[in-house]
Design a protein around this ligand. Sequence first.
Ligand code: ZN
Length: 314
Amino acid sequence: MDNHQIPAADLTADRLALAKSLVVLDIGGTHVRCAAARSGAALEEVQQLSTQIFSNGDPVKVLERIIRGFAADQGLHDFDVVVGLPATLDRDMDVVLKINNIPSLEGLKLRSMLRERFSERVVLEHDIVLQLMGEWFAGTARSSRSVLGVYSGTGVGGAFLLDGAPIRSKSTGIEIGHIPVRNEGRRCVCGRRDCLEAYASGRHLLDWSEKYAVPIERLFIEAKNLPSLAYEVKGFLEDQATAVSTAITLIDPELVVLGGGVIQMAGYPIDDLIEMIRQRLQDPELALSVRFARSMLGHSAAVYGGMCLLSKSK
Ligand SMILES: [Zn+2]
């Protein structure tokens, strides 16, 4: 396996003090990605697995096996561990209080259990916070003072950073996916009704793919030729714009980073989404001043986020 290194952007000298190796496990809605860094630079190799891997057996043993296997493949022996989770953690960032996609992790003192298995430093973080910290550390949000991240994938997650540090009253990011957007009573994966994710998340793209017999990766392209699919896409964007503009109105960030698998899809009408968001913001101050950018680090974002996190937790 080659260990090509992606250049470490223009990280400052103190950031390069992150000489110790790092393995980052980034758990998302449908995939688990394992990545690593050495000497302040992300390694190119990323291992991607389905979250189905957690459906049988002890989930902590599964995590340990993935991390050790990937580290061995990369020739890493002495490394810190960062795990990004689409979960609510307790205030000590130890116990997994709620996780919709991998119920077997719920209730576990996960950081303590991993620390028993790894002699190295182990840190847990909310998955979107971790990705956005990566963009602040080495990507599109570098050095921005106040950044709202909105990541649209299987679900819709958010995070807010002020000078690179997450602002949160508890352990989570910003649950943009669970902002109420309509009043039609549709059930959300969280158990409540009328959240954004009940109307406009990656899960709906699977339904459209079947309904319109269009491969999922071509949905946004084919919408230009299929008026009824275009109508659904418009509603999808309107609901997302309502939730995102609600978050912007509350937080007043200088930059909004848009990321996640849905936003990366071919033909995704990101300019239409941004226009719809601006239309829902107060004119002229918020609507004109807030800037938007696509996330740029892709699968490396979590590993740069891990570097940022460890540099702050020294
Ligand atoms: Zn919900």
